[in-house]
Ligand binder design. Sequence first.
Ligand code: VG1
Ligand code: CO
Length: 546
Amino acid sequence: MGNSHATTIATTPFADQRPGTSGLRKKVEIFKQRHYLENFIQSIFDSLEGYQGASFVVGGDGRYYNREAVQKILKIAAANGVGRIVVGQGGILSTPAASALIRSLNAFGGIVLSASHNPGGPHGDFGVKYNISNGGPAPEKVTEAIYRRTLDIASYRIVNAEDVDIDALGESMIGDMRVTVVDSVANYKALMQTLFDFDRIRDAFRSGLTFTFDAMSAVTGPYARALFEDELGAQPGSVINATPLPDFGGRHPDPNLVHARHLYDLAMSDGAPDLCAASDGDGDRNLIIGRGRFVTPSDSLAILAANATIAPGYRKGVAGIARSMPTSGAADRVAEKLSVQLYETPTGWKYFGNLLDAGLVTICGEESAGAGSDHVREKDGLWAVLFWLDILAARKESVDAIVRRHWARYGRNYYSRHDYEEIASDGAHALIETLRQRLPALRSQGIGALEVATADDFAYHDPVDGSDSKHQGLRVIFADGSRIVYRLSGTGTAGATLRVYIERYEPDPAQQYLETQAALADLVTLSRELAEIERYTQRAAPSVIT
Ligand code: VG1
Ligand code: CO
């Protein structure tokens, strides 16, 4: 077979939206439209230079349409002159495992199929993300080029060939392109073994550490079984919902206090495991709940950074810490104590890539249940869980004790995010626009008796490549360090989602044990009044509070 089998198919531009924070996410029905996926994949190749003959990685979270999409991508890649594609068995690769594989193989890039924590199934969401050679999400200049191409694409190329068997490990050819099907877990597992003390964690399990990991019927099931049960000796059955299902069993694979409520209830119950954890659809998020103690993602980031040298992979210490702007300032206090730089970036993992590549930061994270390090260029759910297990094994203290000590030492950042989902897009944009206009007045006059230290529309200047990203969220920072941040989601697929992030710092240990919403009540009320949320969204209360 050769490229003689490739045909060029006429098509028309289809783009109605820029790819968001994490690639292109749409309803399955849209992706299944004639030429839709094909157009997007061709637009990716059209935006790249010098990839002919090179290797790419392809895999996804196993959701509905994953397998069909893999086959189409293989045929389009072959027709575009790609040299080799490495596919996870069955089309399965978690987002961090795909990132790791791109790096291990020195691949040109990778295509990751996922809509992350969004629901799956025929009526759910699908997504495509392009990752570059460092293993991370494509930076804005690349996603922008892809988007521009989708506006004027006129044809795509595809090889006429039989589907490739992606379930059997091994090599085959499609046109002139080599296809290698690899074990989805092996490379990732080997990487984790270089970072954490597996013997120590094994001993902890042997000595009775109890653990429940919920894979939420999504991609981490096979990874979690291989790592926690087979390799580390956690009790069989510690990993629940371990089989990836195309519709995630009809649930949202979103490890938060709403969609993983059962895990929270388990952690708060009598006889709860020492650690309860979960990951999302594509395996890049993490949820950490100790017995009787939920750990906010912002606190988790800070605690991992503060304890980093416990893990063999970070024994030399951290070069710097990065967090997304809406993430709480807990990590800032740790960076200060460690005398390392803290970088504040816009929301979305792609902004961490340059900092990691340049060696400026070792650990980074987001309030949205994402944490990771320079081992890959994506956030990594199982990495965070292994890190916690290693810390628990080393410190031989409970999650609760570790968190309390952390607060006593660094202070507590009370933190909550209020989401108003699926609101009308016009109203959402009007709210942001109106508030943006009012920021200068807030800055100079304050709000009632409250002194405003900063009120701005967050902009980021990348210290590595010098690029600027504007309009990354409105923030109102008060003189005492409390903050209210407003931004619109870039990952939703229906209407708009307004996210409101609320934070208050409490240095006094005697005041660190209030219920979170109670501790933030005044700021929550203020957040609604300030932006006239009800008026613009027709909602008196948020749909999700995390
Ligand atoms: C959300 C989170 C953001 C995260 C992004 C992708 O984006 O807020 O922190 O990076 O999802 O995560 P947004 O624009 O909806 O707020 V994932 O697990 O969906 O790749
Ligand atoms: Co995800």
